[in-house]
Write a protein that binds this ligand. Sequence first.
Ligand SMILES: Cc1ncc(COP(=O)(O)O)c(C=O)c1O
Length: 399
Amino acid sequence: MTLHFASRMDRLGTESAFEVLAQARRLEAEGRSVVHLEIGEPDFATPPHIVEAAHQAMVDGATHYTPAAGLAPVREAVAAAQQRRAGVPVSAGQVVVVPGSKNILHFALLALIEPGDEVILPDPGYPVYRSLTEFVGATAVPVAIREENDFRVDPEEVAAAITPRTRMLILNSPQNPTGGVLAESDLDRLAELAQRHDLWVVSDEIYSEICFCDLPRPIWSRPGLAERTIVMDGLSKTYAMCGWRLGYGIMPEPLARRMETLLINTSACAASFTQLAAVAALESPLSEPAVSAMVSEFRARRDLLVGGLREIPGFSCHLPLASFYAFPNVSGTGIPSRELAHRLLDEAGVAALAGETFGDQGVDHLRFAYTVSQADIATALERIGSFVRSARPVATAGS
Ligand SMILES: Cc1ncc(COP(=O)(O)O)c(C=O)c1O
């Protein structure tokens, strides 16, 4: 039988982190040593009280379908946590629980966007934004995230990208892949643009707890913005729970009801015992110290990695303010970033991602996820340093 795929499959992209991980695993199976700086997944174990809550939930029989938008206590716990964070009222009816926060983006696009509509998204940015936008037949309009602007989107560039067809603006702060954080004034201006042009805002706040600075109030806490914002968040990063698949969205109630129907037609609900573990994650007094310990370790790793990268000839590295990624500029090595990423894996045993896999503006950069121990970061730095020093002489000033 000839396999014939629907044409929409040609518009679906991927996350290169998963491809590079698979390639790194193949090299390891051949006996090679690889330091994994490619995948954005905390290496810590999920805090034990959360694991225990899931175990207890299973023992107590939480092994059945739940209401599509999530169990009531979970939606209440999410609403309370988000209300504390944003300082504006959030009701359980605005919460939709999903198996992984990227479902929220997919459902938002399915529910709100017509083919041919335009969606503004960050470049470089999380690749799923563009992939899902194009999958639903919309036009992705990338707006640059520039190093010289501290890896913040410039609201005036967003303003210039808006046309009569623009329907949605995707924001991500703290940002993957750069670790950039939007300032209060950026959010004020973006909120004003969304109001003036009647745009939906998808605000991906999955890294908001992994932050080494004070974050401004989220965009949806501004007057009128909660009515047009869909917040994407979840447990994956904050509580080292990527494999549990538990995400959620906050949105206006009528949209939440539509998303519920999308859930009924797709995954039905997130796993029931995972949902109950989420209540422990969000409400147990044991969570705060566990999360702070992880965040301070990420901070120590960031300092080690960024300090080390700055010593490597041809590298320069902006200090990321949040998340667990560093996004150094490697143009000074004279080696194109895609080639450098390949060669670091093949020849030096360090897995990283080329910046252009996050969008055209990512060229000349690499993304390193500091989701490994400080000892592994030190090994990676040594390997990258000796690879770059022997691979090609770097032009020095005046030469
Ligand atoms: C910016 C961003 N948003 C969303 C996600 C997806 O998270 P989840 O595990 O909740 O689907 C990721 C995962 O890497 C991410 O980097």
